[in-house]
Design a protein around this ligand. Structure first.
Ligand SMILES: Cc1cc2nc3c(=O)[nH]c(=O)nc-3n(C[C@H](O)[C@H](O)[C@H](O)COP(=O)(O)O)c2cc1C
Length: 345
């Protein structure tokens, strides 16, 4: 298949694995790359040493092009970006922040850059900063999708930018791929679908939950990690959302935050006291969110944890291999395409 994305990244199919913290590990990334797509390695929760180890392990598992993400809002993102650049990772994907310096450094070694955006302002800024492609994340998406649904966001961005747009949020099958191409996208990026595969490291409890859940079974809230995010509607999510925070509770949480940021506790506690109310509450929410996400993805605990999950979970009924997902998407898209001319008679 040929689109601007397959050409840009030298891959057979315009199908990407989204960079999902805890999930997009070297094993899953390599499985997607070896099956003809492009995997994005997630570095959001990794230290610099772990990032280096993950890049090296990905290279051992695949000789195909791969990408790695930096979620600039997360602590340690700049450290991780430096590792990815030193390692000359072929494609870097940045999200939730300004990526002009990253873009310049990646282009200097001949790499490519994808910026994840949720609105036109950020899309135009990323294009101005030199990004080679955009991942447009709609409201349906797991995690930090925007306010606008993919059906509207994708054509709106395609109209305003020159660089290729990859549609994310709500894609899981051949129907979705064809729809995205019709909207003007040059590919799709999938999180929830690839999280529910044999190779995915998510706890088996969640694979079962994904198969059972319906399109209505998610929530969009800013009361988990402080940013608007879509998560599975569970007891754990409702519990975390109810948590009230004030500066005193933030000081109690500061040990957790210090561990997360890799900071000495005393220094952080002083910083919290000096940083003001809003900033300290935001930090506390991030610490609570990270702990809850980890507890759901790794431990499979839906009573205490919170699982990022897209609405497309309602279209997922099985747990196939990555290769099966990609083969199925390509076959289904071709089948629908072949039948379309009949509809226009
Ligand atoms: C468990 C999980 C963890 C995620 N972690 C991140 C992350 O660290 N950074 C990020 O930019 N997006 C993250 N996402 C969002 C995905 O990158 C992607 O935008 C989303 O899954 C696409 O929508 P879909 O789930 O409908 O395919 C995560 C998604 C899931 C399911």
């Amino acid at each position: 298949m040929k689109t601007r994305i397959t050409e840009l990244f030298d891959i057979p199919y315009p199908i990407l694995l989204s960079g999902m913290s805890w999930i997009s590990t070297p094993e899953l990334v390599a499985a997607v790359c070896n099956a003809g797509g492009l995997g994005i390695l997630a570095t959001g929760i990794l230290s610099a040493d772990q990032t280096l180890e993950y890049v090296q392990r990905t290279r051992e598992l695949t000789d195909k092009p791969f990408a790695a993400n930096v979620t600039l809002y997360f602590p340690g993102a700049e450290r991780n970006a430096r590792v990815l650049i030193e390692e000359k990772v072929p494609i870097i994907n940045y999200a939730l922040g300004k990526g002009d310096k990253i873009t310049e450094a990646v282009h200097a070694y001949g790499g490519k850059v994808m910026a994840t955006v949720t609105n036109a302002r950020h899309a135009l800024a990323a294009q101005r900063d030199g990004a080679d492609a955009l991942i447009a994340t709609g409201h349906e998406a797991a995690g930090h999708g925007g306010e606008v649904t993919s059906l509207v966001l994708v054509p709106s961005l395609v109209r305003q930018v020159k660089i290729p747009v990859i549609a994310a949020g709500g894609f899981a099958d051949g129907r979705g791929l064809l729809a995205a191409l019709s909207l003007g996208a040059d590919g799709i990026s999938m999180g929830t679908r690839f999280m529910s595969t044999v190779e995915s490291p998510v706890n088996e409890v969640q694979k079962q939950a994904c198969r059972a859940s319906k399109v209505e079974d998610t929530l969009y809230t800013n009361r988990v990690d402080g940013l608007y995010a879509r998560v599975m509607k569970t007891e754990g999510a409702l519990r975390v959302m109810r948590k009230r925070l004030n500066p005193i509770s933030v000081l109690f949480l500061s040990r957790k935050i210090a561990k997360l940021l890799g900071f000495p506790w005393m220094k952080l506690a002083m910083g919290i006291l000096l940083s003001g109310y809003r900033k300290s509450i935001q930090m506390a929410r991030m610490a609570i969110g990270f702990e809850a996400f980890q507890s759901a993805t790794i431990d499979g605990d839906n009573a205490r944890g919170v699982l990022p999950l897209g609405q497309v979970t309602g279209l997922i009924e099985d747990t196939p291999t990555v290769q099966e997902v990609i083969d199925r998407i390509m076959a289904e898209a071709s089948e629908i395409l072949a039948a379309l001319p009949d509809r226009f008679q």
